[in-house]
Write a new protein. Structure first.
Ligand code: SF4
Length: 301
């Protein structure tokens, strides 16, 4: 259905939010109230969507996320199927809190473990949860022992912008290959915490200079285009006419979003109908195609 409406025939990566439930309630979480919602993919529905994406859109990889994917009791079943039966590249994005037992279980089927961190020590724990920093480092340690490649993500806020480089250096010591930096979008919990927003864009320009000047960094740092003096454009080129896009994200209800800029805003043009096992088009005046919401562009440093 996406192809019929837009002409897109290849979608490289599926970001699959298995459930909303999480063992944290982070100050910046874009899910907000939805963290309390019970919506989730059953393992069969998750496997059906993965199969559909691979067969119809040549999807090569899946990133499993939530909520917290390690809270999802059928995680092993989904990860194993994605790797063994579908041959997908499998990545999990997690808060890394008390995941050791299940990480060991899924290790043979997992390509990349990506852990979200919001700074060093107490800075991270104030935004996420007490003990979560140490939990994340333990998970990185175990992943290294198990031979799983690792990376991290960080949402840049007023509270942690000074800790980007120290965190990158720590992650480097723990063997992480990449740190991806996101811009904070004021949706979900973040809308109740305006103090987290970086209001002086010059700080982003300084951050970029610091990263470019940090010659000791071997970890790859990837930056959201919005983390810059000028920011990203508010309107992107029309999606119609593209043959290929890098990603699509399914939320636990089945709503599909192509741009990270539209995630958390309920501007979906397409849905995965779980019962019918097909993608349906539900256009609206605020959907991401009508509004030409631009894709987020990332720069690798
Ligand atoms: S940001 Fe991630 S870890 Fe934090 S509450 Fe949201 S889903 Fe959970």
């Amino acid at each position: 259905m996406i192809g019929e409406v837009t002409g897109i025939s290849v979608i490289r990566m599926l970001y699959l939010q298995l459930l909303y439930r999480c063992n944290m309630d982070c100050l910046h979480c874009f899910h907000g109230e939805r963290l309390k919602h019970a919506d989730a993919f059953s393992p069969e529905e998750a496997i059906n969507l993965l199969t559909l994406m691979r067969d119809q859109y040549d999807t090569e990889g899946v990133t499993l996320l939530g909520g917290e994917p390690f809270v999802y009791k059928d995680l092993t079943q989904v990860v194993r199927y994605a790797k063994q039966e579908l041959g997908l590249q499998v990545e999990i994005c997690t808060n890394g809190y008390r995941i050791e037992r299940r990480l060991t279980e899924i290790a043979p089927y997992l390509d990349v473990l990506r852990i979200s961190l919001e700074g060093i020590g107490a800075t991270n724990d104030r935004i996420r949860k007490f003990g979560s920093y140490q939990g994340a480092l333990s998970a990185l340690d175990l992943a290294r022992e198990l031979g799983i490649r690792t990376g991290a993500t960080m949402t840049v806020t007023s509270q942690n912008i000074e800790e980007v480089l120290p965190l990158a250096r720590t992650l480097q010591e723990y063997g992480a290959a990449q740190l991806k930096l996101h811009h904070l979008r004021p949706v979900g919990n973040a809308s109740s915490h305006p103090e987290l927003l970086v209001t002086d864009r010059a700080l982003y320009a300084r951050l970029r200079q610091q990263i470019h000047g940090a010659t000791d960094l071997t970890i790859q740092v990837v930056l959201d285009e919005d983390l810059s003096l000028d920011g990203a454009p508010e309107i992107g080129p029309p999606i119609n006419g593209l043959r290929e896009i890098p990603r699509i994200e399914a939320d636990p209800r089945g709503a599909l979003t192509m741009s990270c800029n539209a995630v958390g805003k309920d501007s979906h043009a397409f849905w995965y109908d779980k019962a019918a096992d097909r993608i349906v088009h539900r256009p609206s005046a605020i959907d991401e195609i009508t509004l030409s919401v631009p894709a987020v562009v990332y720069e690798r440093v």
